[in-house]
Design a protein around this ligand. Structure first.
Ligand code: ADP
Ligand code: MG
Length: 254
């Protein structure tokens, strides 16, 4: 059952998910329907948290939003254009960091820009700025195995930030970290986001922590049911002052 809510904040629609269903083949040779009738809209500049129990389909929905997985039915659009044609600027932060173990910190961060065909010198400069901004200064030539979990996830964030995506997708980015490390990184990120480069950059963060969702997001969507759908939407009334956002990400942390 799909409910329609009218709590959308103003702002242009960046991404819209319309009537998504996802059916996977299951281990017993049958099928498993994970998502059904999912509708959601992400507006420019919004931070949306997607809350739901383990197995409710949050990661699946993120992959569909990113255009990495074609849903069984329904459509994802960016500014009205189907995701396959829109080729949206989307970057992802993974729970398990997903760093390339054979590349240094700097090379891992630069990797985010390879696909975008950014010239080498600019790639290097942007990667170094992102590394500095996220507190990894001095670790440029380190390899992932030499980093703690918290530091490794900082690389994950730098790799995503450096791309300056329209939409930043984060799949439980703190849940592989110990509580203290996770909380430290979270509060640092909140400071960075408050001043993030693109005031119209949107963020969708998946979490199973209500506290994290309320702390970080402008709007909280709850995914639940079997198969999963958006069951509730909680607007958070802590508007983030746009005028406090400084013009560049790099400058914000100097
Ligand atoms: P969440 O991120 O909310 O924990 P997921 O989206 O990872 O949930 O998974 C939802 C359900 O879909 C789980 O039961 C999972 O096993 C199943 N699933 C996810 N991806 C696949 C896949 N590629 N093939 C088969 N089943 C899958
Ligand atoms: Mg998941």
């Amino acid at each position: 059952m799909t409910k329609v809510y009218s709590t959308q904040p103003p702002g242009r629609v960046l991404a819209s998910v319309e009537q998504i269903a996802q059916i996977f083949p299951s281990a017993d040779g049958g099928t498993l329907q994970v998502l059904d009738g999912v509708n959601l809209t992400i507006r420019e500049g919004e931070i949306v948290a997607l809350l739901g129990r383990s197995g409710s389909g949050k990661s699946t929905l993120l992959r569909i939003l990113a255009g990495l997985l074609q849903p069984s039915s329904g459509e994802v659009r960016y500014r009205g254009v189907p995701v396959a044609e829109a080729e949206p600027a989307v970057a992802m932060v993974f729970q398990s960091f997903a760093l390339m173990p054979w590349l240094t910190v700097l090379e891992n961060v630069e990797l985010g820009l390879r696909a975008a065909a950014v010239p080498r010198a600019e790639r290097r400069a942007r990667a170094l700025a992102a590394i500095d901004a996220i507190g990894l200064d001095g670790f440029e030539t380190a390899y992932p195995r030499e980093l703690s979990g918290g530091m490794a996830q900082r690389v994950g964030f730098a790799r995503a930030f450096v791309q300056r995506p329209d939409l930043l997708l984060m799949d439980e980015p703190f849940s592989a970290l110990d509580v203290l490390t996770g909380e430290n990184l979270r509060s640092e990120l909140m400071a960075v986001w408050g001043e993030r480069e693109l005031a119209d950059q949107s963020i969708c963060i998946v979490t199973h922590s209500i506290e994290e969702a309320v702390q970080l997001a402008d709007r909280v969507l709850v995914l639940g049911g079997s198969p999963g759908t958006i069951q509730a939407e909680l607007p958070i009334h802590i508007p983030r002052p746009r005028d406090k956002r400084s013009p560049t990400f790099e400058a914000a942390v100097d």
